[in-house]
Design a protein around this ligand. Structure first.
Ligand code: ZN
Length: 254
């Protein structure tokens, strides 16, 4: 059987589906990934040098300005066909959960676990309580890259982006929920993720070990060759749109 037909068959028969997304899915929405060359204000900066607590401590205005720019970039991008396909996979009573590694993901699924945090949830650098973004900082800074971070309403500490930086642990409650989903699903669809960055890469492995089928959707071959893995090579937007079309053309068995 063709891999696409096989994937549609497996999804059709599944009750619990997990969609696991990585940077490859954002690229189709025009959101910059680390693989892209940055332009404009950020042309001379290495994003890796901005994503750490020490960078924030050293230059809070620069790091805060960088995240405001990323937030603006992400909020002007529209969810693409791959994002929109996730909830559609849940027709005919299938339960779909989304686990994402992307801090920009906000597509129309009800249950989205942000493994690496979100651009939309700032928190205090000192006391870690959640904070809110001031109205005037919603827009991208026009006069340069440096922006003073807002202050925490409780302790007056600087607000930092609510994302997981290099060297930091994933949020433990989110991680536990992701593990539980991976262990209890019938199918995990891994979209646009290289499978190299741990511990996030453990999620598909856990699903495989727990007996689920893992369907990889990627422009490159990323399957580990396990028996219950399927590899669909292609653009996430096209592959997932085709899968949804195949599912909607299926007649529900009596
Ligand atoms: Zn605080």
């Amino acid at each position: 059987m063709e891999p696409m037909n096989r994937a549609a068959e497996i999804i059709w028969n599944a009750k619990r589906i997990v969609c696991f997304s990585g940077a490859g899915i954002s690229a189709a929405s025009g959101i910059h990934t680390y693989q892209d060359t940055l332009t404009g204000l950020w042309a001379d900066l290495d994003p890796r040098a901005l994503d750490s607590a020490s960078a924030f401590r050293e230059n809070p205005k620069l790091v805060w300005g960088w995240y405001l720019w990323r937030r603006q970039n992400a909020s002007s991008a529209q969810p693409n066909a791959a994002h929109l396909a996730f909830p559609k996979l849940g027709s005919s009573g299938r339960i779909v959960s989304v686990i994402t590694q992307n801090v920009d993901e906000r597509a129309g699924s009800n249950c989205v676990l942000h493994l690496h945090g979100s651009l939309c949830t700032p928190k205090c650098f000192a006391c870690h309580r959640p904070g809110t973004l001031p109205e005037q900082q919603m827009a991208v800074p026009v006069d340069g890259a440096l922006v003073e971070p807002p202050r925490c309403g409780r302790c007056n500490g600087k607000l930092r982006p609510g994302v997981v930086w290099y060297g930091e642990d994933l949020p433990s409650d989110v991680w536990k929920s992701a593990i539980a989903l991976a262990k209890s699903c019938d199918v995990l669809i891994s979209v646009g993720t290289s499978g190299i960055v741990t511990p996030a890469a453990d999620i598909p492995r856990l699903a495989l070990l727990s007996g689920a089928t893992v369907i990889h959707v990627n422009t490159e071959h990323v399957s580990t060759g396990a028996e219950n893995e399927l590899m669909l090579v292609g653009k996430a937007t096209e592959v997932l749109t085709d899968l949804c079309a195949m599912l909607s053309n299926k007649v529900k068995p009596l």
